[in-house]
Design a protein around this ligand. Structure first.
Ligand code: HEM
Ligand code: HEM
Length: 273
């Protein structure tokens, strides 16, 4: 009875009480069949593929818009649009595509063991933060050389709040689930909060990007208000695909049928290393 653990997880407003044996060591061999989703499997993988395709389309269209309509990319002069353009590029790849990919990793790569999944989740979030740091450096530098005041817009306020929450979530996630020593009780208690704030940060990032796109359209697309602008229409399409990618990712992450189900697997994922 010593190694028997009772834990309660809250998901979809339903309390699930699970009684199981705790293990420090993963079993050898491939992950058990029961990690699969049975009749939900085909639905999941079709949606998962669609989600990745929409994410890649989003990044591709963003690059194409910035190159064709906004002056392309160049590091040489921080006062130019071609320098500023790295801001939306790095933010979209980091805070949208990498963040979404990392969020889905536990469900999309469910055949892998717990530890590699945790490391990939942490590494992709780290990459997201790195890209965000470069994107922020670019826009602060661009404002500084052009003597534009810092942090005057709603976009920048929500953006800074999003990045602050992301850093906090990363530190808490790292200390709780990757670094050794945190008690099982705390790991289990924090997990619903970790899930909720993770998805909230992702939605905030998408909202920040939509605000940024709208601002950019007002500043830089002279015929945006007249309708029929090809640059404006492409930018609108980018916003729509961003919403679709975010919606699909949140759906796949909150649908209980698509979750890794095996209790034996689930517990060590949030417990020991
Ligand atoms: C999560 C993603 C994003 C974050 C956290 C973010 C954050 C910020 C911050 C903090 C500033 C203010 C810099 C300063 O005051 O010196 C800024 C400026 C700006 N950003 Fe973003 N941004 C993001 C995505 C985007 C995207 C996708 C676009 C699309 C073009 C964009 C367009 C702009 C524009 C036009 C400005 C200059 C005007 C202003 O200060 O509001 N941003 N961004
Ligand atoms: C080193 C940092 C981090 C570690 C070690 C970590 C660890 C974990 C673990 C162990 C899970 C449980 C997966 C499961 O039981 O299904 C999880 C889930 C999750 N994490 Fe993290 N996390 C970290 C950072 C972050 C960050 C920065 C975010 C978002 C901003 C985030 C968002 C999420 C989300 C949305 C889930 C739910 C995934 C699902 O239900 O399939 N995590 N994380």
């Amino acid at each position: 009875m010593d190694n028997e653990i009772r834990e309660t997880e809250f998901q979809s407003n339903v309390d699930i009480t699970i009684t199981k044996r705790s293990r420090d060591v993963e079993p050898p061999g491939p992950a058990p069949k029961s990690l699969e989703m049975g009749e939900h499997s085909a639905n999941f993988y079709v949606m998962y593929l669609l989600t990745h395709l929409s994410g890649l389309t989003l990044v591709g269209l963003m690059i194409s818009w910035l190159v064709q309509h906004m002056g392309g990319f160049s590091w040489s002069d921080a006062s130019q649009n071609s320098f500023f353009n790295y801001h939306p590029l790095f933010m979209t790849i980091g805070m949208i595509y990498f963040l979404g990919t990392s969020t889905l990793i536990y469900r999309g790569a469910r055949q892998l063991k717990k530890m590699p999944l945790k490391i990939m989740h942490a590494a992709l979030h780290f990459l997201a933060l790195l890209f965000a740091a470069i994107g922020l450096y670019v826009v602060f530098e661009n404002h500084a050389v052009k003597n534009i005041p810092h942090l005057y817009s709603l976009h920048s306020w929500i953006g800074i709040a999003t990045i602050a929450l992301m850093v906090l979530q990363y530190v808490i996630g790292f200390v709780t689930y990757l670094a050794p020593g945190m008690s099982m009780d705390i790991r289990v208690t924090i997990m619903p909060l970790h899930r909720f704030f993770g998805l909230m940060i992702f939605c905030l990032a998408a909202g920040t990007c939509l605000l940024g796109l709208t601002e950019k359209a007002i500043f830089s697309i002279s015929d945006y208000g007249k309708g029929g602008s090809s640059s404006g229409n492409l930018m609108n399409l980018i916003g729509v695909i961003m919403v679709a990618y975010t919606g699909l990712t949140v759906y796949l992450t909150s649908e209980t049928a698509y979750r890794r189900k095996t209790e034996e697997e689930q517990t060590p994922l949030i417990s020991r290393n």
